[in-house]
Design a binder for this molecule. Structure first.
Ligand SMILES: NC(=O)c1ccc[n+]([C@@H]2O[C@H](COP(=O)([O-])OP(=O)(O)OC[C@H]3O[C@@H](n4cnc5c(N)ncnc54)[C@H](OP(=O)(O)O)[C@@H]3O)[C@@H](O)[C@H]2O)c1
Length: 163
């Protein structure tokens, strides 16, 4: 059977044992997991073997911060942390700067969108953080992409982290 190299595979439902089999068979190079607690991340590292867990994809946004512990754990372990629904989803995203005033204030100070500030804040939390915003409009995509170039001060990051 022909195999080909692919990027990290993110799964939430299939077992870690099945992922380990795919790794051992050379069908995947690295694995990712989703919606995992720190205990589950540690189990994944143990079962998959050192260095084989590439990423953890958990919900994380201004409104949903309970994965902050997993983010910190991933930062220390050098595992990519992918915040899903980073802008709060399609219902919340348009009003992000109003519902979370600190994000609106920082956005105004920089003359950019609160959504861009949100993504820049996440990127500033740790080098392993890679937010995955969804978008249907091209202007959302180009705006969000510019978060990579938006530099927030330490004070701004601190304010947004505690807002
Ligand atoms: N692992 C899991 O269990 C899980 C669960 C849920 C979702 N996810 C993943 O999370 C990702 C994103 O989730 P999501 O789309 O639900 O939520 P989201 O990224 O928080 O929000 C998407 C909304 O944000 C808007 N938006 C994006 N960038 C913007 C910008 N720069 N300015 C203004 N508005 C902007 C979009 O608008 P427009 O559409 O109008 O452009 C869309 O309405 C997806 O890839 C999804 O697969 C993973």
């Amino acid at each position: 059977m022909q195999t080909r190299a692919i990027g990290p595979v993110t799964v939430s439902a299939i077992g870690l044992g099945a992922l380990k089999e795919l790794l051992d068979a050379g069908k995947i190079r690295l694995a990712g997991i989703s919606n995992a607690s720190i205990a589950q991340i540690e189990a994944a590292r143990r079962i998959l073997g050192d260095g084989n867990l590439a990423s953890v994809q958990n919900q994380f946004s201004p409104a949903f911060r309970s994965s902050e512990g997993e983010l910190r754990y991933c930062a220390e372990a050098g595992i990519a942390f992918l915040p899903w629904t980073p802008l709060g989803g399609s219902d919340a995203a348009p009003g992000l700067g109003t519902w979370h005033q600190a994000f609106g204030d920082v956005a105004s100070a920089h003359g950019v969108s609160p959504q861009r500030v949100t993504l820049a804040w996440m990127l500033a939390l740790a080098p392993v953080v890679i937010p995955i915003p969804g978008a249907r409009r091209p202007e959302s995509i180009t705006d969000s992409a510019q978060a990579a170039d938006l530099v927030l001060t330490d004070a701004e990051v601190q304010r947004l982290s505690t807002a």
